[in-house]
Design a protein around this ligand. Structure first.
Ligand SMILES: [Zn+2]
Length: 410
């Protein structure tokens, strides 16, 4: 009995060694570190509450004199896409959903012709996101993943996997509610909880967000701007409609047709495009492969949003490097690129998080990057080989041996 118990203990500890040695610093299982009902994060599928100390502090940080007093938009059920009014939307509202209006600082295309801002929304989704990551690895391209906070809270390891494979993370709000239908406080809560979740689990503070359904007006934009976020939508006619696959309201053939008509318009376009795809259903992985092959054949250059905008960091803060740079004569050190920090840009190193090596890179090789402007370093920390992880593993291994020895003594 004692022997069996010790063997079980040894197995448990050995599996702990395996976990500690895994390349991810987030275990591949749901977050069960908080007893039911005591999670510090908003509930899955619910709009975050606004009467919590966190949200109150975030609301206080906004200069509300810069936020226009536009109406909260009507919807059938809270969070669903809004109903457009019968009369014209006032120009000053710049409500994209109902008038197609873009604000001057909205991102909806890539500045350089043939650049392709490749984006996937609504993940991470276990069993699907891995498929998209595998596809992108195979094709040696990077993308931006607009993740929701609630989905991330069910699969936090996929955030790290996405970064590890050279991709760029951005926010798609916590609960995927249409933002123009929410109160000011609810908008703050949606954006800040998602930012906090990604930051606490990766050390990266997201800079870009995409409003669910593209639903944004000047009230939502102003709040997002106040909180340090940039609004990203997608290019007109480049919504692939792949989200309809999961509802069986579209066929892959129809999607190929939509994408083909976009490709036909490419020669006339002066700038690059941003497409909208999703990683929330398995059928989308197959679709993404088809569309990626079609675009590559036409000479489109897939990039993540930071790369497409020539934003060398792509975040409002990046993790502090864990390993001190090698001691070299000052003249030999090239500090900016190695730390993912660019001269003159207000990018902070994230403090108070587990330090990690942060040398952003892209799966593209140097040859492919040549001629594409300055090398972009968005989003990819090198895989971590943390000394503390190794020592934790060794210490657990020691306990394992001790447990086995102990069992034989008994
Ligand atoms: Zn979405």
């Amino acid at each position: 009995m004692v022997l069996l118990g010790s063997v079980a203990l040894a197995i448990t500890l050995l599996s702990a060694v395996a976990d500690a040695a895994a390349p991810h610093n987030i275990p591949h299982k749901a977050d069960i570190s908080h007893p039911k009902g005591s999670s510090p994060w908003p509930d899955y599928g619910e709009k975050p509450k606004t009467n919590t100390p966190e949200v109150k502090a975030w609301v206080k940080s906004v200069d509300w004199s810069k936020v226009p007093k536009l109406p909260i938009r009507k919807t059938e059920s809270p969070g669903d896409p809004p109903e457009c009014p019968d009369k014209d939307v006032p120009k000053g509202d710049c409500w994209w959903t109902c008038s197609g209006c873009y604000a001057p600082d909205d991102v909806y295309e890539c500045p350089a012709k043939n650049d392709w801002g490749l984006t996937f929304d609504d993940g991470p989704e276990p069993g699907v996101t891995e498929g998209v990551l595998g596809l992108l690895k195979e094709k040696k391209v990077t993308a931006t993943f607009f993740v929701t906070g609630m989905k991330s809270s069910k699969a936090p390891w996929l955030l790290q996997d996405t970064l590890d494979q050279g991709h760029h993370l951005a926010s798609h709000t916590w609960s995927h509610s249409a933002l123009t239908t929410l109160t000011n406080e609810e908008i703050v809560a949606e954006l800040k909880w998602t930012e906090k979740y990604i930051f606490d689990h990766t050390g990266y503070k997201v800079k870009y967000y995409r409003p669910p359904y593209g639903d944004v007006d000047n009230r939502v934009r102003a709040i997002a701007r106040e909180l340090g976020f940039t609004t990203v939508i997608w290019s007109n006619d480049w919504d692939t409609q792949d989200w309809q696959l999961s509802e069986n309201t579209i066929t892959p053939k129809k999607i190929v047709g939509i994408f083909n008509s976009g490709l036909k318009s490419l020669p006339e376009r002066k700038k690059g495009v941003i497409t909208l795809e999703h990683d929330s259903d398995k059928q989308m992985v197959t679709m993404a492969r088809t569309l990626l092959d079609m675009g590559l054949k036409k000479g489109m250059k897939p990039k993540n949003i930071a790369q497409c905008l020539n934003d060398k960091v792509g975040y409002n803060a990046v993790p502090a490097p864990a390993i001190a740079p090698p001691k070299k004569p000052v003249a030999d050190v090239k500090p900016a690129a190695a730390a993912g920090v660019v001269d003159g840009e207000d990018v902070k190193q994230a403090g108070g998080v587990e330090p990690e090596v942060s040398i952003p890179s892209s799966p593209k090789d140097d040859k492919e990057q040549a001629g594409a402007g300055p090398k972009v370093a968005a989003g990819a920390p090198e895989k971590k080989s943390s000394a503390s992880t190794v020592s934790a593993g060794l210490s657990v291994a020691g306990w394992t041996l001790a447990a086995i020895a102990f069992s034989f003594v008994l």
